[in-house]
Design a protein around this ligand. Structure first.
Ligand code: SOE
Length: 373
């Protein structure tokens, strides 16, 4: 069996989730290639220890050496957002496949340059919007496609966390525009916008509202000093869809008690569905076509054979977790590459999301509706 040599740049939270997916994917999916965790790349001195712990054969500190290594087939970009564009463009121009963490870039211009590079070079490109690979989200998409939700009137989504509520939490890279572009908006609304596109379709206009609640924080390496927080702590938007549906998204890192609360509701003419990441293996469904005296929200346990990914891991009722969404996504990337088909999702999806992210920012600044196309 042919080996697919992966090099991953970055070994933080996403780097750990991706490494696990590369180690596991051949154990649960019948693939035409054997994934090899070839090289882990990181600028910090901890990269050698991370490579050992996460199961990588080599460790490297210079990302350009990794991209130039002829043994490498795929470059995984799992770094802070300001490095996505230079690394992905260099990888595409070196003839590598490029799989990048979300959001695609820190700005619309960066995202456009990344799409231009993969289009010009023909590099296979994937984007780690892992929530598309949740079985319950795939089931919701199937139900929408089958007409079981009917005409969609509303898409309503929140992505709420609370990890920076304390003023003493330091100004980490996710709170610096130069590193991350935007705050909760690009980190969390990016997921919601991608799912809006995946489930309901394209958007035409947005009206945005963004807020930074704590504007000064201690510096990570010298808490006696403070630095400006120049990104949003929360960002909301009203949405108009091409289909005529309307909706809303809300991302916040100041929602006390919400740890990773990604909750989506779709309301249609034939019913409604609710997905809550904290109950990832379930999809709530209200069926208006059921008998009048038997209507109510049902809870579907999306672990059965007829369900998306049914039987991939365990028998019915044996639930899966957050880490499996990355395994599912990586399996799909490999299968698409082997068939010579576009990866799902890919940089074009990322650019579409980046246009909406930026439109929300411009709407917030102008206090006016802004077109997304
Ligand atoms: C931090 O907000 C984060 O790790 C996001 O960056 C991820 O995309 C999300 O899946 C979990 O939370």
């Amino acid at each position: 069996m042919r080996t697919l040599n992966i090099a991953q740049i970055g070994h933080g939270f996403m780097g750990k989730a991706h490494s696990n997916a590369y180690r596991q994917v051949n154990r649960f999916f019948d693939l035409p290639v054997q994934v090899h965790l070839h090289t882990l790349c990181g600028r910090s001195e901890g990269v050698e220890e991370s490579a050992r712990q996460l199961g990588w054969t080599h460790a490297e500190r210079d990302w350009r050496k990794v991209i130039e290594n002829p043994e490498i087939d795929v470059i995984d970009v799992s770094t802070p957002g300001h490095l996505h564009a230079p690394m992905a463009i260099a990888a595409a121009e070196a003839g590598k496949a490029v799989w990048c963490e979300k959001p695609l870039g820190n700005t619309l211009a960066e995202a456009e340059s990344m799409v231009e590079a993969v289009t010009r070079t023909g590099a296979a490109h994937g984007l780690f919007h892992n929530y598309r690979a949740v079985p319950a989200i795939q089931l919701l998409r199937r139900m929408i496609d089958d007409g079981r939700i009917g005409q969609i009137y509303h898409f309503r989504a929140v992505y709420l966390q609370d990890w920076i509520l304390s003023p003493s939490f330091p100004r980490v890279w996710r709170l610096q525009k130069s590193q991350t572009g935007t705050g909760a908006h690009g980190d969390l609304n990016a997921h919601l916008i991608d799912l809006a596109h995946f489930l309901v379709g394209g958007l035409t206009e947005v009206s945005g509202l963004m807020r930074t609640f704590i504007t000064e924080r201690p510096l990570p390496d010298d808490p006696s000093k403070t630095g400006e927080v120049d990104v949003d702590d929360a960002a909301l938007a009203l949405l108009r869809f091409e289909s005529g549906a309307i909706g809303s998204i809300e991302a916040s890192r100041f929602a006390a008690g919400r740890k990773n609360y990604n909750c989506i509701e779709v309301n249609g003419s034939k019913g409604s569905a609710v997905f809550n990441l904290e109950r990832m293996n379930e999809l709530q469904f209200f069926d208006r076509t059921a008998a009048d005296d038997a209507q109510g929200f049902t809870v579907i346990n999306v672990t059965d054979q007829p369900h998306p990914y049914g039987g991939t891991y365990w028998p019915s009722g044996h639930i899966i977790g957050y880490e499996h969404t990355f395994i599912n996504l990586v399996a799909g990337f490999i299968q698409a590459m082997e068939r010579g088909e576009p990866l799902n999702p890919n940089f074009n999806d990322g650019l579409r999301t980046q246009r909406v992210l930026e439109a929300v920012e411009r709407s917030h600044e102008s206090r006016a509706w802004v077109a997304t196309v």
